[in-house]
Design a protein. Structure first.
Length: 273
């Protein structure tokens, strides 16, 4: 497994939680009538993940499952989801999960809206939760009818090419296939300049991306640019980065270690300057 620079975000998570808590004003009266409670239509009793697409919900939950090292039955009765709220143990697990998901969503929204934090964090690797339509993305890589996909195939290992060639069209990828794909995509975005005029001729870049491109970035800023270029080359398939997710702290286990991983190259680097 390759080191994840976001492990340096763990202190930021704690700091941000304190900051956000201090920013609240519980004595302020509401400005008007409470808005109607929004619910997601992708499933029943969705209180936090307000998705309308069931497939996106499944992708998210699978990422959470892998991040925590638990199965679906940790929170759910797969035979009858309606009893989840009635079972004391599952209700505790679900309420804890909802609280953590709210924290993750709020932190990512806060970071997204703070340009200084975004720059301090640098590049966020592509994680399983970022593949919002993995089946469609893999189909594009397999058929390679566009210049970006053709280039990526040249960068991939023989093992990954074999996975692509054997892909059966399933919407969700087998774990070994997904892990190898993400590992090699993250190697690509850390392997130098991805942009080439002819390669991205058919890709519509946002003005912010053009601006970053014109600065001729290097280091973490170049990695961040490369990731953005892949997002814009595959819209709807690769999502915007989420610097904070369950895996950041849990690393595949329900009770995460508080120790920094020894292979974290950014563990001594201050995040906020």
């Amino acid at each position: 497994m390759h080191s994840d620079p976001r492990s340096s975000l763990i202190p930021l998570v704690a700091f941000s939680l304190l900051f956000l808590a201090a920013d609240q004003n519980p004595t302020s009266p509401p400005a008007g009538p409470a808005p109607a409670k929004k619910v997601g239509s992708a499933g029943k009793n969705l209180q936090v993940l307000l998705y309308d697409d069931p497939f996106i919900l499944v992708v998210y939950m699978q990422a959470v499952q892998k991040s925590l090292g638990v199965s679906c039955v940790h929170c759910h009765n797969l035979d009858d989801f309606s009893v989840d709220e009635l079972k004391a143990d599952r209700n505790i697990h679900k309420n804890a999960a909802r609280s953590m998901m709210r924290m993750v969503l709020n932190l990512n929204e806060y970071i997204k809206n703070d340009p200084n934090l975004k720059k301090a964090i640098g590049a966020t690797p592509i994680r399983p939760i970022d593949l919002t339509n993995p089946g469609r993305f893999v189909k594009k890589l397999r058929e390679a009818t566009d210049p970006v996909s053709k280039y990526l195939r040249k960068c991939f290992s023989d093992e990954l090419i074999q996975y692509l060639n054997d892909y059966d069209g399933a919407e969700l990828l087998p774990t070994p296939f997904e892990e190898l794909l993400l590992d090699e995509l993250n190697q690509v975005i850390r392997s130098g300049r991805l942009y080439h005029k002819e390669r991205f001729a058919g890709v519509t870049l946002r003005p912010e991306t053009e601006q970053l491109l014109n600065t001729n970035p290097d280091g973490e800023e170049l990695v961040r640019l490369n990731r953005i270029l892949l997002q814009e080359a595959y819209p709807g398939d690769i999502a915007e980065p989420k610097p904070v997710d369950c895996f950041l702290c849990h690393q595949g286990t329900l009770r995460p270690s508080q120790k920094a991983r020894p292979d974290d190259p950014f563990r001594d680097q201050p995040l906020i300057r």
